[in-house]
Design a protein around this ligand. Structure first.
Ligand code: ATP
Length: 255
């Protein structure tokens, strides 16, 4: 079974009106279980739209979207994916623990189940000591780790991320990239990751999908064949720089 299957998807906003926009045209994308795929491309090429279609936050004008073998709507209702955006989107009045518990509450899990699962997730993202803190007491990087813990709390097979590290400084960003890969390897989660950073896409991904605007289309796909687990040495390796050059060329061709 595939983690994500997008077939012949087009998305036209405001169809028939003067402000009609073809955000996506005839997009196909398949993601295998455990695979990490990044979407990269110039502003307005439809990266967020594609992610929102997979999350069933919008319905495509034409084409089909399946997650874990289910139609997108059923997958959303069954919490088959977790989602994390550029803004961590935590509830300021809830402690870290109660933020991570939220999707478990929505599932109707008992207090004991929620507590043990949340403890496990906070351990995974290294925030056990901050369970009783409020979001405002945490750094931006820590808030993103809480958002990742919350997104993964229900053990979804898929994680959808839209520039989750975009607002962070370079060092924090690189540390979180390494942590994210370790978490995905441990949980077996498939990930679709939207970014503007070529080096971030290359470091994280098994595959980088390059998109171009007007209309949004997939113009190239680069398989990233780097050693695993990816550590800091990988960032300095000739193979890493070669992959960055490949993606940069594909992006130039797409612009
Ligand atoms: N709800 C909407 N209504 C109308 N047009 C929209 C809507 N959402 C997106 N669009 C348009 O669809 C196109 C693709 O937008 P999208 O946000 O998916 O691009 P993106 O690649 O994620 O851009 P960025 O890198 O700047 O975040 C843009 O032209 C945008 O204006």
């Amino acid at each position: 079974m595939t983690a994500v299957s997008v077939q012949a998807v087009s998305q036209i906003f405001n169809q028939g009106h003067t402000d009609e926009v073809t955000a996506l045209s005839d997009v196909d994308l398949t993601v295998a279980p455990g695979e990490f795929v990044s979407l990269i491309g110039p502003s307005g090429c439809g990266k967020s739209t594609l992610l929102r279609l997979i999350a069933d936050l919008i319905t495509p004008t034409s084409g089909t979207v399946e997650v874990n073998g289910k139609p997108a709507e059923k997958a959303r209702l069954d919490q088959e994916y977790g989602i994390a955006f550029q803004q961590a989107g935590l509830f300021e009045w809830r402690t870290v623990q109660r933020n991570v518990e939220l999707p478990l509450e929505l599932r109707g899990q008992s207090r004991a189940e929620r507590r043990s699962r949340t403890a496990e997730m906070l351990e995974l993202v290294g925030l056990t000591d901050f369970a009783r803190h409020y979001p405002a007491q945490l750094s931006g990087g820590m808030q993103q780790r809480v958002a990742i813990a919350r997104a993964l709390a229900v053990h979804p097979p898929l994680l959808l991320m839209d520039e989750p590290f975009g607002a962070l400084d370079e060092m924090t960003r690189e540390r979180l990239q390494t942590e994210l890969l370790a978490i995905c390897a441990k949980t077996g989660t498939s990930t679709i990751f939207v970014t503007h950073s070529i080096s971030e896409a290359v470091f994280l991904s098994n595959r980088v999908v390059v998109m171009s605007p007007r209309p949004g289309r997939i113009t190239a796909t680069a398989d990233i064949d780097l050693p695993s687990p990816r550590d800091e040495a990988v960032r300095q390796s000739p193979a890493f720089f070669d992959a960055v050059t490949t993606v940069r060329k594909a992006l130039r061709a797409a612009a």
